[in-house]
Write a new protein. Sequence first.
Length: 458
Amino acid sequence: MDAQQIERYFQERRGDHLEELESFLRIPSVSSLSEHKKDMLTAAEWLVKAFEKAGLENVKIDETGGHPLVYADWLHAEGKPTVLVYGHYDVQPVDPLHLWESPPFEPQVRDNKLYARGASDDKGQTFMHIKAAEALLQLNGELPVNMKFIIEGEEEIGSPSLPAYVEKNKEALEADLIVISDTGMQGPGRPAVCYGLRGLAGIQIDVKGPKGDLHSGLYGGAVQNPLHAIVEILESFRDKEGVIQVEGFYDDVLPVSDEERAEFASLEFDLENEKKELGITEDFGEKEYSFVERTWIRPTLEINGITGGFSGEGIKTVLPAEASSKITCRLVPDQDPDDIVAKLKAHVESHKPAGVSVEISEFDKGKPFLTPFDHPAIQAAGRSYEKIYGVPTAFTRMGGSIPIVAAFDEILERPVVLMGFGLASENFHAPNEHFHLENFDKGLRVICDYLFEASALK
């Protein structure tokens, strides 16, 4: 790889690339809201044009039964490995809108950071792979490896359609390794290759009481209040240190070796700086585990939201007829999402207060993922980071979930290399999501270098 030539290429085209990315970010491709169904197709069509412009071939939109996905490839590197790149074009909802400093779908650059929903998760990082392939095709007329791209539109709702698609198209998606940039770095200027992800299991709890809202003066104290009932259920899930009280919840947790915990400790995580960045005064959780371990190797149960009753301006003395809450659990090897959901249901049923009925619906399931960090494909990614960033690469786990990763691992049986460029402080599921453009710039170079590193793996 001619590093100087690539450097000049990206420097000369930086403005054009950012304009292209901003046009992608303007599309409100929120997969969880039906009102954005047309926007999802618009985003997929945008990707088709981007792939064709880059010089990729066999570009197409595939229907899935849900939101469409986009496929592209370039398969002319005879005798070289095939790299399958995965990304997603869907984004999270933007609520609460009033907390955004600039409109979420009107990208703005401030302090060398690009602000918009999807800037970091995952449009920005997906875009980088397209531009890296385009750069090498423009400069060399060819790629050092064969490449396949699969960009979906349902990651933020748990990738419900993708496992079946991958199974059906297993032969067409055959590759030597899978590369995903939907994870984060260890910190500013501190690259990391992630080799483990937590899984996910989510439920919604709906509590119903009387047939309609009641006057709290006439019926309060004599009729069970669904809001009080749901609070009682939610309070039963954890103790005051965050230890989950659901029977059997920890039964299948794979123990972590002392050597791996020592490796985590050597990363010199700055807890005080993290608290400052997050705007909190104290961290929280299981006392025998560090902040890093709680977010990487321990399972969780979190209340994501509660609804019910009256929350408008002023007061309304109502005893609500119903209340609901959404719960998600992050899972670690070897926990199974279906097993955890069954245990959550049993817990809710055993802690249901009298006077209400409870319904539970399931959503967002994904298995945890773990791969050996000494695999050659992962170590090669570490070398590429180190060349561009000039510092050693950390090998880490991540607290988040990418539901399709475990499915890729099980169905395609190939190593998955998680080489992300985001930072934990970039608000990727919150207002004011942004992407540090320093990592956008360096990430393009890292990806190009890695494609050459990968060409020697077979």
